[in-house]
Design a protein around this ligand. Structure first.
Ligand code: CA
Ligand code: CA
Ligand code: CA
Length: 504
């Protein structure tokens, strides 16, 4: 017991001594449909002289699992039209829908004065303005309007009309800044899911005169925890379950039990059904105790993938979850350094991983900072790796973007890599004012990228073999760390100068 108490003391000590996380990244998540393709029976009218009638029926059964890998790149769900979580779907590969404005300009700016708040970490207080990493707004259609919702360094959740920037609902204050991206319920329940640095991950109702908190999960609700209590990741909502990683270094699954109360107002009755440390002894031995989960979990097939600040990429099998079977870890790969970018999964189930270079480990040099993994080969998953570490404290914070045969990966120095998805060959390099932490958004062959001088660019990626030519740019002012949201003629993005912009 003494040893246990000493260990606990050491853990508490460790959990307090945290460097100001000015360089932490963040993310968001989405929803799920089952895909059903039914080919109607083809009946050939029988000629009067014929003695046979041929009927051909081909029915592809619905996907029998959590997330059909073939939904990579597509909108998640049929119920709510919009971009509902960080990177729009469970494989973090949906960017929104066009059209993209041909000559975009600022339509509105929110709010009247800059959104700034102090936030303390490790005893140091820093004032944060605007929105940061990952900070991707959700944008969706509801009640005949286009809504946009985001958390900000105002410490609040804002819900606006995407056409005007006017508030649809009063702001919802939390106790600290919000870095991550919100998730909107994909099944049509008027619910918003968000983390805050105030230690809670919340479920908020959007069907009343103001935003109302229905439930919150504390970062200290589970044990053991390591490192911190922020929630940068965006949850995924699938089949009434919430999947979310925390900076407490644990992975959580919550059964939401969504419904409506007798007055017709949305309700939840959540139950934490599973949690597990995102670390193991081998990882702690290699990197120490900074193993927070800051990326947004991704799901393909029946496997939940995420990584942590210790560089551990892992997959957890959730096949039997609804039957009470505990998830088990089925995939483990160590990249050598902090992974805050979300894992991106293509339609073949391949993982694309962006890695920072902060610790300078030998493993970082052998594996690279952009890595393709094949989880069907758990003993030897690395397909290729690309180096992106010109100096210590570099590498990748942005979540990679897939466009057909190309992977676009912004790096910390402002150099953006266009990588052949199959071979790992770097086809082109583009230099923008860094750091570039904003994740690529690609809609209708237009790649939208924010840089740290405050310029939002549109590039033509119709030819993936060449350095994409610029189509337009919009000057916003303030470093663009956040990922833009795109929906049917609207672009919404925040900057570190204090504002969020509607562009059309
Ligand atoms: Ca963080
Ligand atoms: Ca880091
Ligand atoms: Ca980290």
């Amino acid at each position: 017991m003494l040893a246990g108490a000493a260990l606990l003391g050491a853990l508490l000590l460790v959990s307090v001594v945290i460097p100001p996380s000015t360089r932490g990244p963040r993310d968001s998540a989405s929803n799920i449909p089952t895909s059903t393709t039914t080919v109607a029976p083809t009946t050939t009218p029988a000629p009067t002289t014929s003695t046979t009638t041929t009927t051909t029926t081909t029915t592809e059964p619905p996907y029998d699992g959590w997330v059909d890998p073939e939904t990579s790149g597509t909108r998640w769900g049929e119920t709510v039209e919009g971009l509902l979580t960080f990177r729009g779907n469970p494989t973090r590969t949906f960017y929104g829908e066009g059209p993209i404005p041909e000559q975009p300009e600022i339509i509105w700016r929110f709010p009247d004065s800059p959104m700034c708040s102090p936030s303390s970490s490790g005893g140091e207080v820093i004032t944060w303005c605007g929105t940061g990493w990952t900070g991707q707004p959700s944008i969706f259609e509801k009640d005949g309007r286009i809504w946009t919702a985001f958390g900000a360094y105002s410490r609040a959740i804002h819900v606006l009309d995407a056409d005007t920037g006017e508030r649809i609902l009063p702001d919802f204050p939390t106790g600290d800044i919000i870095k991550g991206s919100v998730t909107i319920d994909p099944d049509g329940f008027p619910l918003l899911y968000t983390g805050s640095r105030d230690n809670f991950y919340r479920v908020i109702a959007l069907d009343r005169d103001e935003q109302v908190e229905l439930w919150k999960l504390s970062a200290s609700a589970v044990s053991p925890t390591l490192w911190n209590n922020d929630w940068d990741g965006a949850g995924l909502i699938i089949d009434d379950h919430l999947f979310i990683g925390g900076e407490n270094s644990q992975f959580h699954i919550v059964k939401l039990n969504r419904g409506y109360d007798p007055d017709g107002l949305v309700s939840v009755d959540p139950e934490l059904v599973f949690n597990a440390p995102g670390w193991d002894d081998e990882l702690i031995g290699a990197v120490g105790r900074n193993v927070s989960i800051e990326n947004s979990v991704a799901i393909s097939g029946n496997t939940v993938y995420f990584a942590n600040s210790g560089g551990l990429v892992q997959g957890w099998d959730i096949t039997g979850l609804t039957d009470g079977v505990e998830p088990t870890r089925v995939f483990r790969y160590w990249a050598g350094d902090d992974i805050d970018a979300s894992i991106v999964i293509d339609d073949e189930g391949m993982l694309y991983v962006g890695v920072e270079y902060e610790r300078g480990t030998e493993r970082s040099r052998t594996e690279g900072q952009v890595i393709k993994l094949d989880p069907s080969r758990p003993d030897d998953p690395r397909v290729w790796g690309v180096d992106a570490r010109p100096r210590l404290d570099s590498g990748v914070w942005a979540t990679p973007g897939i466009v057909r045969d190309l992977i676009i990966v912004p790096t910390d120095t402002g150099e953006i890599l266009g990588i052949d998805r199959a071979t790992g060959e770097v086809r082109w390099r583009k230099q923008l004012p860094g750091p570039t932490w904003s994740s690529p958004v690609i809609v209708d062959d237009v790649w939208i990228e924010g840089d740290c001088s405050g310029v939002l660019h549109g590039f033509d990626v119709s030819d993936t073999t060449i350095d994409p030519p610029e189509l337009w740019s919009v000057e916003l002012g303030g470093c663009i760390e956040s990922t833009p949201a795109v929906w049917r003629g609207h672009i919404v993005v925040g900057t570190r100068s204090g504002y969020v912009y509607g562009i059309g």
